[in-house]
Design a protein around this ligand. Structure first.
Ligand SMILES: [Zn+2]
Length: 68
């Protein structure tokens, strides 16, 4: 019985650390929707707002690379 409780707590803690809870850029807590980006070789989580900015930044970089 006690072991079952221990395992349950362990699962809860594991789930807490497995799910991203804040945006890498602005630090805003993630509620429902989030986007993953590979930044500095690591998987980072961005909120929808920062994702839009990131997409803009990446497309701008690609554009200047091609035409600049
Ligand atoms: Zn953000």
């Amino acid at each position: 019985m006690e072991l079952a409780i221990f395992l349950g707590v362990l699962l809860l803690v594991g789930a807490y650390f497995a799910t991203p809870n804040s945006c890498y850029v602005c630090g805003q807590s993630i509620k429902k929707t989030y986007y993953t980006w590979k930044i500095e070789g690591k998987k980072r989580v961005l909120c929808p707002k920062c994702n839009t900015q990131m997409e803009r930044k990446v497309s701008k970089q690609a554009f200047s690379k091609k035409f600049g």
